[in-house]
Write a protein that binds this ligand. Sequence first.
Ligand SMILES: Nc1ncnc2c1ncn2[C@@H]1O[C@H](COP(=O)(O)OP(=O)(O)OP(=O)(O)O)[C@@H](O)[C@H]1O
Ligand SMILES: [Mg+2]
Length: 333
Amino acid sequence: MRLRVGITYNLKQDFLYTENQPIDFLEEFDSEETIEAIRNVLESDGHEVVKLGGDLGLIDRLRQTPIDIVFNIAEGLQGRNREAHIPALLEYLRIPYTGSDPLTLSLTLDKSMAKRVVMSEGIPTPRFMKVERMEDLRQLNLNYPLFVKLCYEGSSKGVRLDSKISNRRSLEEKAEWLLKTYGPPLLVEEFVSGPEFTVGILGNESPTVLGVMQIEIKGSPVEEAIYSVEVKREWEERVHYHCPPPVDVHLLREIEAVALRSYRLLDCRDVSRVDIRVDQNGTPHFLEINPLPGLSPVYGDLPIMAGRMGWDYARLIRTIFDHALKRNGLLGR
Ligand SMILES: Nc1ncnc2c1ncn2[C@@H]1O[C@H](COP(=O)(O)OP(=O)(O)OP(=O)(O)O)[C@@H](O)[C@H]1O
Ligand SMILES: [Mg+2]
């Protein structure tokens, strides 16, 4: 059936970047190339596609143009609930959309909240402390080495090669810089020093693993490897992606289980990508989950993973879309 499909998104080019902002100020937003790639897939399947964007004009556009379903990749503009804003608006207007609902999007954007939920079911995740101001560090009760990142960000925003912290002095320096540059809150976590994996999951009633991809940072010993902004930007030179990864099948099953359990517990829908790191004892830890995983056809981790698993980009987009159609009773109508 031919549907009228809206795409909601926020583009890097819609924002003004000035030199006094940090290099990764716009890191979370998408490029026109990604929107066009998604549009091509939906159009080649016979749908009419309307690019809706994600600015305030969206409200009027949605009221003027009848839309059957929205393919949502909007990161949102501000605040802890920013990823939930457009889905909440769509829910209010009774327009179906791809991906998770506002509760899940907000819960997972705040990494500390997502960790509390997975911990409540016994899923291992690094011990942590949420830091609003420097004085909070007086209560620190965690073991070094630590890792310091922003509590409500993605795309490794705020994460640098020196985000692993081995002493009090560097902790204070790093926390001060992050608070000053990006604002609170921070998440201080115990550092997990083994190999890193990201797991793609698709589906609803019985979600399945699309793939497990190991992220190896070239030239870094595993206990120093950080998938930082610097590394993500130069991924072609600096990252080895292994998918499927060359690891023991028991470890692979455990990684998949942590990812699937987290996806279910956080009520994710249609698609997500779960980041996991293994500790010295071989236990996989939940780092975070991304219910709006980057879908760049060039550098998105999920599209790269799909490619390694023999799926072309169109199949990935179509599968996400079909899960949303099915969930909304629109498939084959
Ligand atoms: N506790 C930790 N121990 C070790 N490494 C960590 C830890 N937390 C984060 N990292 C490293 O920092 C990277 C970025 O952290 P994380 O995935 O939490 O942030 P993100 O910016 O939300 O990522 P994404 O780009 O997937 O949205 C991880 O991929 C990992 O390399
Ligand atoms: Mg991540």
